[in-house]
Write a protein that binds this ligand. Structure first.
Ligand code: F0G
Length: 409
């Protein structure tokens, strides 16, 4: 494998891959993993199982490392014809990340991040989380016998995610504050107590998440025109973009997609920054949205996400909670694909962009749907209502059943 370094995206200072750092020691900038383009290509990949490690040569983990895996990645790419009609676009695909081992895209990052933690000799790992990161880290820590601490914003984590972190044996700490405060706390803890930090500020994690780009090219046979991604802490859109850049640099693809970053209207600091064409982010003090996964006011990876959107001639938008919930229902009812609210933001963003003309009607779009419906059962009940209760008799049931009822579209 070619030489691997950590490089600051602001001042280009380089560090060795064995250094445990999460930001540049000189300027505080974000770090990115760099290596020369590997020799391997899709013919080599095709001989291996479909998933994150199929792209082994592009994952900068030293040979011989003990890989911590739960068979992550290799998620379906669904062509959605009825949903495309509702959205108003010629062709729409959903890359369904809910099919990962713990039900979200975070597993792609954790297989690499926890493998790295092990190879660095860490004994304990930690993260702050709106829920999915903690569920995933708890599972991968369990798999590799690491102690796991997760710090969650009290009362704002969906039930399914909390259940996962608890059951996988993480030490779950609830803070009376929001995600941004929890993240600051866990960064201090990891610095002072030598616990390995696995939030998306950790650049190794993004190396796993970039494989979504590789899978899209594998599944479609070409580079898609648009890729829409919900943004929270902004790691995922940055990682997917990095994947496309590396594919082109290695000569495996030609061209890159336009990246479309979507935030919830109540938690949209990156969209605000881009709208005003500023060069710095103004954090939002009290972010609020039904999509608790992306309820983030001060996303650490904003410089990487802004770079992905600007250099891809991309798009950005903020979506209301009403649009998110309506879209979540349509994805579920028209296609049978169950996603959590944050995931629906990508599709809702595309619908809005098509109706305003910023995505042409004859385009082909891939929407990344980041997490499973079952993550947030309480939200489902609050928007769908409880089931109708009846006595156990035919008369009562026949008043409800209408065989002639037509489908939604
Ligand atoms: N969708 C879901 C379902 C998420 O859980 C997250 C992030 C995102 C989208 C946004 O991804 O942060 O890389 O921009 N969840 C994190 C967590 C913050 O703690 O689980 P991002």
């Amino acid at each position: 494998m070619s030489e691997i370094t950590l490089r600051c995206i602001s001042c280009n200072t380089e560090y060795g891959p064995e250094e445990i750092i999460y930001s540049c020691k000189k300027c505080g900038g974000l770090l990115e993993v760099r290596m020369n383009p590997p020799e391997a290509g899709f013919d080599d990949f095709s001989r291996r199982a479909f998933g994150v490690w199929r792209y082994r040569e592009f994952i900068p983990i030293e040979e011989g490392a003990e890989i911590v895996s739960l068979d992550e990645g290799g998620t379906p790419l669904y062509r959605c014809e009825r949903l495309a009609k509702w959205v108003g676009v010629r062709s729409l695909f959903i890359k369904y990340e809910g099919r990962n081992p713990t039900g979200s895209f975070k597993d792609r990052g954790m297989t690499v991040g926890v493998t790295k933690a092990k190879s660095l000799g860490s004994k304990a790992v930690a993260c702050a989380s709106t829920g999915n990161t903690s569920a995933s880290l708890a599972a991968y820590a369990a798999r590799s016998a690491l102690t796991c601490y997760v710090i969650l914003p009290s009362g704002k984590v969906a039930m399914g995610k909390l259940a996962q972190a608890l059951m996988h044996g993480a030490k779950v700490i609830s803070v009376k504050g929001n995600f941004d405060q929890a993240l600051k706390l866990v960064m201090d803890i990891s610095r002072n107590m030598g616990i390995y930090l696995l939030n998306s500020i950790n650049p190794w994690r993004l190396e796993g998440q970039k494989t979504l780009a590789f899978e899209l090219v594998d599944q479609l046979g070409y580079v898609p025109e648009f890729v829409a991604v919900p943004m929270g802490n902004c790691g995922n859109i940055s990682a997917i973009w990095k994947g496309f850049v590396e594919l082109e640099d290695a000569g495996l693809t030609r061209g890159k997609p336009r990246m479309f970053g979507v935030q919830a209207a109540g938690a949209a600091p990156v969209v605000e920054m881009l709208r005003k064409n500023l060069d710095r982010l103004s954090p939002m003090k009290s972010p609020e949205t039904v999509a608790t996964a992306i309820r983030i006011g001060n996303p650490v990876n904003w410089p990487k996400a802004v770079n992905a959107i600007r250099s891809s001639n991309g798009l950005y938008d903020a979506i209301s909670d009403e649009e998110i919930v309506e879209t979540q229902k349509m994805i579920a009812c028209l296609e049978g694909i169950g996603v959590e609210p944050a995931s629906a933001a990508s599709v809702a963003g595309v619908r809005k962009a098509v109706s305003s003309g910023s995505i042409p009607k004859d385009a082909e779009v891939v929407c990344v749907c980041t997490g499973h419906l079952l993550k947030d059962p309480e939200e489902v009940i609050s928007v769908c209502g409880k089931p109708i209760e009846i006595p156990p008799d035919l008369q009562a049931v026949s008043e409800i059943i209408r065989p002639e009822q037509t489908p939604l579209l």
